[in-house]
Design a binder for this molecule. Sequence first.
Ligand code: DOR
Ligand code: ZN
Length: 431
Amino acid sequence: MHKLLVKGGQVIDPWAGKIFTADVLIVEGKIAAVGRGLEPGECAVLNVNGKLVAPGLIDMHVHFREPGFEAKETIATGSQAAVRGGFTAVACMPNTDPVADNRSVISYIKARAKEVGLVKVYPVGALTRGSRGEELTEMADLKEAGAVALSDDGRPVASAAVMRRAMQYARMVGLPVISHCEEPALSAGGVMHEGYMSTVLGLPGIPAAAEEIMVARDIILSEYTGCHLHIAHVSTAGSVRLLRDAKARGIPVTAEVTPHHFTLTDRAVADYDTSTKVNPPLRTEEDVAALKEALADGTIDVIATDHAPHTLEEKDVEYPLAPFGLVGLETALGLVWTELVIPGVLSPVEAIRKLTVNPARILGLEEGVLRVGADADITIIDPELTEVVDPDTFASKGRNTPFAGRRLKGLPVATIARGRLVYNRNLAVIA
Ligand code: DOR
Ligand code: ZN
């Protein structure tokens, strides 16, 4: 019988909102017991003294690029990046080639993830065929094949009429709609946030209004249709105000923010580093402050990376020509700890909640909690460990990070997925 005792750590229970000293016993991939001083007899022991023991982290917004763009990332390399970042489950966006707009692509992703066997990969199905924003996909089919949400992420649904129908059908099949909010007529040609910095740098801008108009539209449509709307990668203070108001009025809307949007501003673009080119763009200091406030007061439910790997060749071009996107899986937890937990924006429990139970609830997953009988998906965090980000150590194929050289404190040191120790940075295992 395969047994592992995770011994002497501080267990985080994001449901109950508590941290307590306890051991966790894993038997045959499941959590068998959580308690003090467990003595299970013959058993491998992972000593986690002084560490935090959290439910496996869930990233509800990644791009694994398979099928079709395997030079950027594959389900295998993406899964490896995930476990290195402390994640045991991800939801992957459908902008692959072919687009995940039909049953067979969804089934392929699930089968491939199973073969890789590291993290749970939950596919997001496309809202519209080819994500072209014209005809709806067969949503019931997608759901049956395993899609946990619907989205045309990477591209906005330009037509309000299409979005309205999409929400009506999504509600009928019981899937949330994840909206990439961008008014394309306003963002067209833009490569960074429109403001003082874009003027100084001479780069075409994407105004905050391009996002906010669509956030407003989709909130109105969510209220009208009753469909669960989840706003992807919120980046502006105006979007936060709209969300806060919508939630206060009881509209079924949730939202996520990325580590890069709560950490960096458009000033990071100043040296034309293309790893700062991301959509939505890095905004201003006021926006960052509003995003942190929204995390603290619950207006923003989830932290998700929008992990978007691209090849060196694609990014090694002039700023306007580079593709949008940056990698996030292997820096996410360190940024959450350094930028949010240590400064007191979020407590450790609140931070873990936004990385576990909240995304699980939105996607309807039975994940995100250390419960007896559940799959043993566990992330061990060393809140004292410090490291300078070095993209050469990434498991991801993508090296496109604006955080290279940044010192982070509070890092994942081991990841257990379905009872298997799939990542171990420095902890002793006594067999
Ligand atoms: O920066 C981005 N990259 N934003 C998106 O919405 C899509 C993503 C990608 O697929 O590269
Ligand atoms: Zn995305």
